[in-house]
Design a protein around this ligand. Structure first.
Ligand SMILES: Nc1ncnc2c1ncn2[C@@H]1O[C@H](COP(=O)(O)OP(=O)(O)OP(=O)(O)O)[C@@H](O)[C@H]1O
Length: 248
């Protein structure tokens, strides 16, 4: 589904160039739920922005659904972003003047394909994420967790190859965070969704199949949940994060 090989990305500020991603390689399989964690400045957002086709990179290869991103024109990259990726952001990015149901249908409206199938799928997604009862409410009238579940439904409406989530629980309390993360799990189990999430929150990451720990632009470790329970995986993650920060 997603393959990242020897990815390098630098920024130039004034006459100084510094490398933020130093040759990163990993892959994400269809139906996997993967998180990236790491200290502030380790390059998590930069990595997500490269995969999202928002920023160019100098070296390496990103292949999404068999298509290599570095060979695409800016127009082609824009269509990968619109057609193959679904996005969930920390601050929800819902349109205030539209209802929950209308917000979910926005990506369809943009592509001018609001048909019966799209409307049925919006209803199915609202059912799946437990937000059918607020379908006619506006963002100002619903909770943070409900807003984020609306955003998750919106990100899936065009059947993307992959969901990219940037700190999706960053603005939520622990109860709402859990409900949002459970909606990702739900999407994976019921819709075979593939999810790649950047997070600071080890509790949210403990629901994932795999966690990539990034340190100073390199992959420090990749941790697989395998048969561990969620809480045992949470402990494993906390220990690895401690070790990475040099606390052990
Ligand atoms: N557009 C930019 N121009 C120059 N430097 C940048 C730019 N964007 C990010 N950086 C620098 O690159 C490094 C990595 O930033 P990045 O935002 O990817 O880290 P992060 O792991 O997501 O951090 P955080 O957890 O704080 O969001 C940081 O030192 C940051 O200051």
């Amino acid at each position: 589904m997603l393959s990242v090989k020897n990815l390098e990305k630098s920024y130039t500020t004034g006459n100084r160039t510094y490398t933020v991603l130093k040759g990163i390689s990993f892959s994400v399989a269809k139906g996997e739920f993967v998180a990236v964690m790491g200290p502030s400045g380790s390059g998590k957002s930069t990595l997500l922005n490269c995969i999202s086709c928002y920023i160019p990179f100098e070296k390496g290869r990103i292949t999404l659904g068999g298509q290599e991103l570095s060979s695409l024109t800016p127009e082609q990259l824009a269509s990968v972003r619109n057609e193959k990726l679904g996005f969930v952001f920390q601050d929800f990015m819902l349109l205030d003047g539209l209802s929950v149901r209308e917000n979910i249908l926005v990506p369809r409206i943009i592509r001018q394909n609001v048909d019966k199938e799209g409307e049925r799928y919006a209803d199915q997604l609202m059912e799946l994420f437990g937000i059918s009862h607020i379908r006619n409410k506006y963002p100002a009238e619903i909770s943070g967790g409900e807003r984020q579940r609306t955003a998750v439904a919106r990100s899936l409406i065009n059947h993307p190859l992959m969901l990219l989530a940037d700190e999706p629980t960053g603005n939520l309390d622990s109860t709402s965070s859990r409900i949002v993360i459970e909606s990702f799990e739900n999407a994976r189990q019921n819709l075979d969704a593939t999810i790649f999430m950047v997070t600071h929150d080890s509790f949210s990451a403990s629901f994932c199949d795999r966690v990539i720990l990034l340190k100073d632009g390199n992959i420090y470790r990749q941790l697989e949940k395998n048969i561990q329970t969620r809480s045992a995986f949470h402990d494993t993650l906390l220990n690895a994060i401690k070790e990475m920060s040099g606390d052990m």
